[in-house]
Ligand binder design. Structure first.
Ligand SMILES: [Zn+2]
Length: 289
């Protein structure tokens, strides 16, 4: 059985911490480097539900995409929800390790996993990493669809292939527009509109899109937008990451058992579609009928 320090060294090769953004908080949150590791759980969010799942599984290490503490803290008191997470982990000898923006830009990275879940052909990064001469690392991916689809068809296709959430997938733009090329970026991607427009793709799939940036993006260009649940766009990375660690474990003869949490930790838990619009509810003078 490998020591935690050996497993963490392997994770740092997959997602080098120095490639994380300056504002990010990646790496090991808690854990004894000398402790033995036999079981590893991968999840998007370091929240109580996934920590409880790690306890039930008997995991020794929880690897999450999102950081627990992004802006520092002065307390891990169990009266706070993050402190309770830390207490639960340490009480059960479970280490917590975070790979966030260093996993986003990796090769393969978070958006490769998202593209894989949608059966897309990855052409290149949306925002290439200038330090990667091979041109494979970077933020987001520019992809080709397996076959052309209308925006409405692509929206249903994405909703069927991504893990189920209350939100599902919504789209902006002409539902009948034919889509052949798609940029994808796991997580919040509305800071990437300029790059998406420069790439000249037909559509952009990401999460957390807001009214004004989305409205401007579709008004100023023929770009269509697809907005999925943040958790759903990043969850495919957990399976990819677990497979990557499995390969390392096989190479070293570690015999690690890896698991992927299927607990939906997207914060949105209910969704109701509006009744179909009835444009004929006012007459031409604007007075209600
Ligand atoms: Zn995220």
């Amino acid at each position: 059985m490998p020591a935690l320090s050996e497993v963490l060294a392997a994770l740092d090769v997959l997602w080098p911490p120095e490639r994380a953004e300056g504002w990010d908080a990646v790496g090991t949150v808690c854990g004894d480097p000398g402790a033995e590791v036999s079981r590893v759980l991968f999840a998007v969010d370091p929240v109580q539900e996934t920590v409880d799942e790690a306890v039930r599984l008997g995991a020794d290490l929880l690897v999450t995409h999102h950081p627990l503490y992004l802006r520092g803290t002065t307390t891990v008191a169990a009266s706070t929800f993050k402190g309770k997470v830390v207490h639960t982990l340490i009480k059960h000898d479970i280490a917590l390790h975070v790979a966030h923006t260093n996993a986003d830009t990796a090769d393969p990275g978070v958006s490769d996993a998202l593209a894989g879940a949608l059966d897309l052909r990855v052409l290149r990064p949306l925002v290439p990493d200038p330090t990667d001469p091979a041109g494979r690392r970077g933020l987001g991916r520019i992809c080709e669809l397996p076959h052309p689809m209308t925006l409405a068809e692509l929206t249903a296709y994405a909703a069927a292939r991504l893990p189920a959430t209350a939100q599902g997938v919504r789209a902006a733009g002409d539902p009948d527009r034919e889509i052949r090329t798609l940029a994808v970026s796991g997580g919040s991607g509305d800071s990437l509109f300029d790059d998406v427009r420069a790439a000249g793709v037909d559509a952009f799939l990401t999460a957390d899109l807001r009214h004004h940036p989305a409205s401007e993006a579709v008004q100023h260009s023929p770009l269509a937008l697809l907005d999925a649940a943040h958790w759903a766009t990043e969850w495919p990375w957990c399976e990819q990451a677990a497979a990557q660690l499995d390969a390392v474990s096989d190479r070293h003869g570690w015999g690690l058992r890896t698991h992927v949490s299927r607990t939906v930790t997207d914060p949105w838990t209910a969704h109701a579609a509006s009744a179909p619009p009835t444009p004929d509810t006012t007459n031409t003078t604007g007075a209600p009928r």
